[in-house]
Design a protein around this ligand. Structure first.
Ligand SMILES: [Zn+2]
Length: 428
């Protein structure tokens, strides 16, 4: 009961109380929160001992985080014990127990490295309150059912299932077809899942009428978004850009993706005039501080004020992982990075202007490109021509391009554009 009260408290706070008159006020609050947070962290984490300014903190990544796990967290957990505990939970698929009062989870990591994340009860209820405030279509005191398609259950998600909000968890590791009957019975008002799962539901033509559809975990491609809007007859597909490092962005009622700068501080590291990699500081996470954590996602900025007037920075989209940039050899011998978006465009409009709905483009370790998609011979030629044009424009030599039938492993995160790097996976 106490927990429910706490979730409600945060819900009301984020939905109705926390308001900003402009960017300046938002930044002022950020500075205040950061100062307070750093004070706490420098007193409790060995890694940050004595540091009081954000700019004095090192920019870290997943490798640093895992290597310094034991001295970084503030709850006195050793990496080995946390790992053993999380592995056991995963194996037994029992995510209820906690270790020293915190939820311990494993993050899959799209680039092969497994991470361990720690979340305290306090952080969990705050997170739940925030998520509800951002996405619930009606006030929290009205009954609402939510269907959540997830990789694995964990305490982190169960906390949304309290009181009048009924939460239904569907495990995406099970055969998807087994879920359809139950899903129809539930007929949720809110449907949450990764785009590949939402697409599978759309294609199965299940009789459900969600008011709100939320895409999580994978990059939502514009073409997939169009398909989903049509299938579920909704005006927009919400996006929650959330990873174990924090809940970083969410869509407003106009469909614009905004950084959640009311709970995280983001330093953009620009790659060109509009693309940047976010360096994240979460000023609420205490158990496992996330301070100047460099994600390897590429975000694309959207200029101008959104109709919702939010002072939080707007994004045009999440383009993909920095790791998934393709590399073409330049004529001068140097490798040139090609953004995932350019690769996507080569494949998307292959068939005479009609859109290829299921495809994946993979750059193999040897640099060659494989396009998985059910394309006609003419379509393949077209894709090849687009790639040649791209290479020519960038003064590069096009690697070999191969074609295969479409395939995607169920349960695994789907990436339309991916670069395989065995070396990277081995290191991690
Ligand atoms: Zn907006």
């Amino acid at each position: 009961m106490f927990e429910l009260y706490e979730v409600l408290k945060y819900y009301v706070y984020y939905k109705y109380i926390l308001r900003f008159r402009g960017r300046e006020q938002l930044e002022r609050r950020q500075r205040k929160r950061l100062k307070k947070h750093l004070q706490y962290v420098s007193n409790h984490s060995k890694v940050y001992r004595g540091i009081t300014k954000l700019e004095d903190c090192p920019v870290i990544d997943k490798t640093f985080m895992m290597e310094n796990f034991s001295s970084l967290n503030t709850v006195g957990l050793q990496r080995k014990e946390a790992e053993t505990f999380a592995m056991k939970a995963e194996r037994e698929r029992d995510f209820v127990p906690k270790l020293k009062g915190v939820t311990v989870g494993l993050s899959s990591g799209t680039s092969g490295q497994r991470g361990i994340f720690l979340v305290s009860d306090q952080e969990r209820v705050r997170w739940a309150g925030y998520v509800l405030a951002k996405f619930l279509p009606a006030p929290v005191w009205k009954p609402c059912s939510i269907a959540f398609f997830m990789r694995a259950d964990s305490n982190l998600y169960q906390s949304v299932g309290k009181g009048r909000i009924c939460f239904h968890f569907f495990d995406i590791y099970k055969d998807m077809e087994k879920h359809w009957e139950q899903l129809e019975k539930v007929n949720p008002q809110v449907l949450v899942g990764q785009p590949s799962v939402l697409l599978a539901i759309a294609r199965a033509k299940i009789r459900i009428h969600p008011k709100t559809v939320i895409s999580v975990a994978e990059v939502l491609e514009r073409e997939d978004e169009k398909q989903l809007k049509k299938a579920f007859q909704v005006d927009l597909i919400h996006q929650a850009y959330q990873c174990t490092e924090g809940f970083l962005a969410s869509t407003c009622k106009y469909g614009t993706l905004h950084l959640n700068e009311d709970i995280v501080h983001i330093e953009p590291e620009y790659l060109d005039e509009k693309r940047f990699v976010p360096v994240v500081t979460d000023f609420e996470r205490k158990a496992q501080p996330i301070i100047r954590y460099r994600l390897n996602d590429i975000l694309v900025e959207r200029k101008g004020l959104c109709k919702c007037k939010s002072p939080c920075r707007a994004l045009k989209k999440i383009e993909g992982r920095e790791d998934d940039m393709f590399y073409f050899p330049g004529k001068d011998g140097r490798q040139r990075g090609v953004f995932p978006d350019f690769i996507r465009r080569c494949v998307l409009f292959a068939e005479n202007g009609s859109i290829v709905s299921d495809y994946r483009a993979v750059q193999e370790e040897n640099g060659e490109i494989t396009v998985y998609g059910d394309l006609t011979e003419k379509g393949k030629e077209q894709v090849k021509r687009e790639f040649e044009k791209l290479a020519k424009d960038r003064d590069c030599i096009l690697p070999e391009v191969h074609f295969e039938a479409y395939q995607c492993e169920p349960g695994k995160k789907m990436k339309r554009v991916e670069r395989i790097c065995l070396e990277r996976n081995r290191q991690r």
